[in-house]
Design a protein around this ligand. Structure first.
Ligand code: PLP
Length: 379
């Protein structure tokens, strides 16, 4: 087999042809979108078209979409003291779920002592009573919860959390990066005050993100100051081609989203039926609502590092559930927060599917797994 099978779509996705075409067209434009001449206006038009597409996809107003250099930057822009909205805020502290992405756990511009974590259940779902308790014990808080977890795919009860947060006078930030384009996400529908998106998880280019703010929110303080772009919320000449690619990817992702989610879920179910044949295999978060494309599993004696290399040698790209920093695989903070001991937290493998995944890919992956399992698993 010469073709590779890519099953790491939650890490990043291939560029959609629509995004590639939009970017290629944008690269040939000379103008700076802030310039008033015709060349500038042409570039501005691409940026604004993309902004309208992103806004429409999440039910926001175009003026409330701030383009950034990535999802990480959008999270850093979102997480700041002083935000307020109507009767809520200004927020003075940050509460984050324990299973957030590292860019949220880092706390943005809050002082470390103003950041606290909210626990999750063994299925990786936010503990709403814990949230209530934390909110009751201090000044107005910004609460940051992801719509879907990047490792387990578990969906979070963002709407319920939003009601609790607002009742307590706080504000809600939703990291919607993994949910966006895969399942429905509407900023007003879930009651979010801020939401972050990233282009490269939906077939757009790497290195473009967006912060979306609710119309009522005030007090977004820029991280980058200077030329006043993005209505003063993010200085720096816009990445016109990247933003155009993001807009094209959004349109393509939204057009076929629900049908594609069904197709992918049936492939994921086929994958999980096959994996379950291995004795003692654990599928994390399988008992709760999950993204249709994500499977995180472990088996007795499995070492994620070895499994990822084994899959790679078989021509399949997968990832370990564990965060990998400086070449060393660490136990997954997500699985640790869910109460799994180190051996399991270090032995999880994530398979994530996308629009080009086929039944043949899944069957090939299962064949490779059976071969690997007989060599790698205990007993
Ligand atoms: N948040 C979540 C849930 C993610 O999965 C990622 C990407 O892995 C990020 C934030 C960071 O996004 P970016 O890679 O665009 O900085």
């Amino acid at each position: 087999m010469t073709a590779r099978v890519y099953l790491d779509w939650n890490a990043t996705t291939p560029l959609r042809p629509e995004a590639r075409a939009a970017m290629a067209a944008a690269w040939d434009l000379a103008g700076n979108p802030s310039s008033v001449h015709a060349e500038g206006r042409q570039a501005r038009r691409l940026v604004e078209e993309a902004r309208a597409a992103v806004a429409a996809a999440v039910g926001a107003l175009p003026r409330n979409v701030v383009f950034t250099s990535c999802g990480t930057e959008a999270n850093a822009l979102a997480l700041a003291p002083g935000l307020r909205s109507g009767a809520c805020g200004p927020v003075q502290r940050l509460l984050v779920s324990a299973v957030e992405h590292a860019s949220v756990l880092a706390g943005g511009r809050f002082a470390p002592e103003a950041v606290a974590r909210i626990t999750v259940t063994r299925s990786g779902v936010l503990d709403l009573d814990g949230l209530r308790r934390q909110l009751a014990s201090g000044p107005p808080a910004l609460v940051s919860i992801m719509a879907a977890n990047n490792e387990t795919g578990a969906l979070q009860p963002v709407r319920e959390a939003g009601e609790i947060v607002h009742e307590a006078g706080g504000l809600l930030h939703v990291d919607a990066i993994q949910a966006f384009g895969k399942i429905s996400f509407d900023i007003n529908g879930v009651g979010a005050d801020l939401a972050t998106l990233s282009a490269h998880k939906i077939g757009g280019p790497k290195g473009v993100g967006a912060l979306v703010v609710a119309d009522r929110l005030v007090g977004v303080e820029p991280v980058l100051r200077g030329g006043g772009q993005e209505l003063g919320r993010r200085a720096g000449t816009e990445n016109v081609a990247g933003i155009a690619g993001f807009g094209a990817a959004v349109k393509a992702a939204m057009a076929g989203r629900d049908a594609e989610a069904g197709r992918i879920q049936s492939l994921r179910d086929r994958l999980e039926r096959g994996l379950r044949q291995s004795e003692g295999l654990t599928l994390f978060s399988e008992e709760v609502a999950r993204l249709p494309n994500t499977t995180l599993f472990t088996a007795p004696g499995l070492k994620a590092e070895t499994a990822v290399i084994g899959f790679d040698l078989e021509g399949i790209a997968v990832s370990s559930g564990s965060a990998c920093s400086s070449g060393k695989v660490q136990p997954s903070h997500v699985l640790q927060a869910m109460g799994f001991v180190d051996q399991m937290a270090q032995g999880a493998v994530r398979l994530s599917l996308g629009w080009s995944t086929s039944e043949a890919d899944i069957d090939y992956c299962l064949k490779a797994w059976r071969k690997l399992a007989s060599a790698l698993l205990r007993g």
